[in-house]
Design a protein around this ligand. Structure first.
Ligand SMILES: C=C(O[C@@H]1C=C(C(=O)O)C=C[C@H]1O)C(=O)O
Length: 167
């Protein structure tokens, strides 16, 4: 899997076996399904409108006076299952309302369909900026995508079941 430059916030470096997953370019769904040998199962834990935090606004490139104004986003939180009973990845996706125009509206009606099926339908990779850090739940990558001019932020945490899975 080709990897690409990224910034890493803590001094620690990710474990070698995770680095290629944290930096994989293109759809994480696609490579997780190859590892699982079957389609991903997506369990939604939250889906709805939420006001963005200051950090989220900054991560999505909001600047100036807009930073102080309430900004709504469509938020989707899921657990992704490969071929284990335990989830492999915990993900949160933030779609600012202005990004939900045209073909992006379907991002609010995904249900159990992985976002990657829609996001990477027409192009194998997308312009993005990526941040990697360690969290209490596992190593996390946060990716700000530019999807045909629409900004969206997708965070994925690789859970212990992923790192301990054989396949
Ligand atoms: C963004 C992608 O979609 C994956 C699927 C998600 C979902 O369905 O909510 C969330 C994060 C991703 O791991 C991808 O395939 O890269």
């Amino acid at each position: 899997m080709p990897s690409k430059p990224f910034s890493c916030s803590n001094l620690l470096s990710p474990p070698t076996e995770l680095l290629s997953w944290l930096t994989v370019d293109g759809s994480l769904t696609a490579v997780l399904e190859i590892k699982a040998g079957q389609p991903l199962r997506v369990e939604r834990t939250f889906e709805g409108y939420r006001s963005m935090s200051l950090i989220q606004k900054r991560q999505l490139g909001v600047q100036g006076a807009m930073l102080g104004r309430p900004m709504l986003a469509w938020v989707r939180e899921v657990e992704l299952y490969g071929n284990d009973e335990q989830p492999w990845v915990k993900a949160q996706s933030i779609f600012p309302i202005p990004s939900l125009t045209g073909r992006a509206r379907r991002l609010q009606q995904l249900k159990g369909t992985p976002i990657g099926y829609v996001l990477f339908k027409r192009s194998r990779t997308l312009p993005n900026q990526r941040f990697i850090q360690q969290t209490s739940e596992g190593w996390q990558r946060q990716t700000r995508y530019d999807w045909y001019g629409r900004k969206l932020m997708i965070s994925e945490i690789f859970l212990p079941a992923f790192t301990s899975s054989e396949t």
